[in-house]
Design a protein around this ligand. Structure first.
Ligand code: COA
Ligand code: AMP
Length: 636
């Protein structure tokens, strides 16, 4: 099949309004838009101005009206608890309506915020959809974050209610959610009026009288009483959710997603980018706490009338590196979407793919990778093992869908290893130098997107419009700054090379080294510190801390190291994967006092590096090299 990509991209470019109006024909609207795009509104204009719609209606009710009542909507497979459960669209509606009516009884109405702090259980998706049904704004917080991170999000979103669980389950340990939740509510200035707690049999928890309610009991009663909760029409531009993501400071950014544009872009992406037809089984092996989970575990497959798999487990160890293959065979999965790190983990455990031979994977057509750079070794290994196209694509929490990809539904373009391929319709991607001028083909620069951004992309940051402007729109006027650096080749293929800020990507999870530095620096024995991301064979990157201790501290260094590691785990959470903190005499700095993190990173990664012209004292780099070598790094 020759690709229609170029024709379709040009169609978008010549008339973006018509392109997105056509795509919007796939969505049911309560009221059509006055303007497809109104450039006079909001920070950079807004999509589907004046339209009314409901995301839950489009994700569930509409499919039931069209005969999908008995088709599986969500298949929950949890090897970590030994549980499997299927919800048809009809059953999903019953659950969602029941919870929506419980939320309504709790006083939740349109525009109220609800935080969802749940592990990978179907109730997470049900909670998101129940909020969408009544026009409440959900904010899902990833389970691997600690109480302090949850508290920050509670303060910013000021939720009326929190939905959580008694526990999550990680390999070899139960994560008690309730103490984390209670601590977060204690820490937060803004207090929710109620919490709804899903009791899990692996570790039920005590409930606080008058504040905590039992999810199973309330929803069970609502179902028995046949509770119905109609979909509330909301403006296309009203927020569907807030998803917090790491920014360049310790304060996470509340990325806002609207209802209308989000539905249109996601619905368009399912057939065009992923080549999926309604009724097929689709699996995004991520977590609902991340944007991939929001878009491709929950909303896109359901908006499309597909079946989505909700997997509670790991690619390895639950019980082995054959779990992914078992799921693909058992449910007839047409396409899998995950982060490269998951495949690196499988490859490490089963390099020859012995476990794979036990399964019939003939149903699988494509593997999609995103979330971090897909290294050519991993892509090639996956291609050899699965014998299907392996497609890298690039996107961000801020966009909610692909910026650059290889749209297999439009006809796959040739794969070039190391490139997520080409810009999707909606995105005019350009590479600018620091002065804001376009660079030549093949030259590295700042990757930017010409405004306006397409539907689904963030209209603003929650409660922080100025921060939105400052972080994304100010440095290159007229463009959205992605904070990724890269280049475009002669065929228009994009290469994503590095972040231009302090963000690192650990096992596909986006983390801020600046946030870690703030915590490390709060240790009483630490005078100053630096945290960098260093290459890691499995997780892509791992954080590495350097500590300069206060004069006169003469405690055991390993004790201080362990305290600092514990502090980061306690404040950010285990997901930070902060496992190494090295005491050093001094940090290398420029003469103006800027810490030379990039040079330290190159040394740690054994890359070529040049002595920075502005360095204050070059000897410090030798000291750092020796310290790293004494830990088995920096080419020791
Ligand atoms: N709740 C509580 N703790 C969690 C958690 C959750 N939802 N998710 C992860 N953690 C913990 C882990 O148990 C681990 O704790 P530990 O330090 O005590 O071992 C820590 O956070 C780090 O987790 P992670 O970086 O995920 O490492 P891992 O060793 O548990 O697993 C992989 C490594 C590669 C198997 C895993 O990261 C993976 O499957 N990644 C897939 C990528 C993905 O989902 N990306 C999302 C964007 S597409
Ligand atoms: P997140 O917001 O968590 O999805 O992280 C977004 C960041 O992850 C991007 O800005 C990139 O730095 C990185 N990223 C995501 N996908 C890719 C990819 N396919 N290739 C390279 N980097 C990626």
């Amino acid at each position: 099949m020759t690709s229609s990509y170029h024709a379709i991209y040009n169609e978008w470019k010549s008339d973006p309004g018509k392109f997105w109006a056509d795509a919007a024909g796939e969505i049911s609207w309560d009221k059509s838009w006055d303007k497809v795009f109104d450039e006079t509104r909001n920070v950079y204009g807004e999509w589907f101005s004046g339209a009314l719609c409901n995301t839950c209606y489009n994700s569930i009710d509409r499919h039931i009206e069209n005969g999908r009542q008995d088709q599986p909507a969500i298949i929950y497979d949890s090897p970590i608890t030994g549980t499997k459960r299927t919800y048809t669209y009809g059953q999903l509606l019953v659950e969602v309506e029941a919870l929506a009516s419980v939320l309504t009884q709790q006083g939740i109405t349109k525009g109220d915020r609800v935080i969802i702090y749940l592990p990978m259980v179907p109730e997470a998706a049900i909670s998101m959809l129940a909020c969408a049904r009544i026009g409440a704004i959900h904010s899902v917080v990833f389970g691997g974050f600690a109480a302090a991170e949850l508290a920050t999000r509670i303060n910013d979103a000021s939720p009326k209610l929190i939905i959580s669980a008694s526990c999550g389950i990680e390999p070899g340990r139960i994560v008690e959610y309730k103490p984390l939740l209670d601590e977060a509510i204690d820490l937060a200035k803004s207090k929710p009026s109620a919490t709804i707690i899903l009791q899990r049999e692996q570790s039920p928890c005590g409930l606080i009288d008058g504040r905590d309610f039992d999810y199973g009991q309330l929803v069970g009663e609502a179902i028995s009483s046949g509770a119905k909760q109609p979909c509330v029409p909301v403006k296309a531009t009203d927020p569907l959710y807030i998803l917090y993501t790491s920014g360049t400071t310790g304060e996470p950014k509340g990325v806002v997603r609207d209802n209308g544009g989000h539905m249109v872009a996601l619905k368009w992406s399912m057939p065009a980018i992923y080549g999926i037809k309604p009724g097929e089984v689709w699996w995004a092996a991520s977590d609902v706490g991340w944007v991939v989970g929001h878009s491709y575990i929950v909303y896109a497959p359901l908006l499309h009338g597909a079946t989505t798999i909700l997997f509670e487990g790991k690619p390895v160890g639950t019980p082995d590196a054959g779990t992914f293959w078992r799921i693909i065979e058992e449910y007839d999965v047409a396409a899998l979407f995950t982060a490269p790190t998951a495949f690196r983990a499988i490859k490490k455990e089963d390099p020859k793919g012995e476990l794979l031979k036990k399964y019939d994977l003939s149903c699988l057509r494509t593997l999609f990778l995103a979330g971090e750079r897909a290294d050519p070794d991993t892509i090639q290994w996956a291609e050899e093992q699965l014998k299907v196209p392996v497609i890298d694509h690039w996107w961000q929490t801020e966009t909610g869908w692909t910026i650059a990809g290889n749209p297999v539904g439009l006809g796959q373009l040739p794969v070039k290893y190391g490139s997520p391929t080409v810009a999707m319709p909606g995105y005019d991607v350009q590479i600018l130098n620091d002065e804001g001028n376009q660079v030549a083909t093949g030259e590295l620069g700042n990757i930017v997107v010409k405004l306006p951004l397409p539907p689904s992309c963030l209209p603003t940051l929650w409660n922080a419009e100025q921060r939105f402007r400052d972080a994304y729109l100010t440095e290159f006027p007229g463009y959205y700054q992605t904070s990724d650096a890269g280049y475009v080749d002669e065929d228009g293929y994009l290469y994503i090379m590095a972040r231009t800020d302090d963000i690192i990507n650990v096992a596909g999870h986006r983390l801020s080294t600046g946030a870690m530095e703030e915590i490390v620096a709060s240790h009483p024995d630490v005078a100053e510190c630096a945290v960098i991301g260093v290459n890691d064979k499995l997780k892509g990157q791992m954080p590495l801390g350097f500590l300069v201790l206060n004069a006169g501290v003469n405690r055991e260094l390993t004790e201080i190291e362990q305290e600092v590691i514990r502090l980061v785990r306690q404040k950010i959470g285990p997901v930070a994967a902060f496992k190494q903190a090295i005491p050093v005499k001094r940090l290398p700095k420029t003469r103006s006092g800027k810490i030379l993190r990039a040079t330290m990173q190159k040394i740690a990664d054994c890359e070529d590096w040049k002595m920075p012209a502005t360095i204050d004292d070059p000897v410090i780099l030798d000291e750092i090299t020796e310290d790293l070598q004494s830990r088995g790094m920096a080419g020791s």
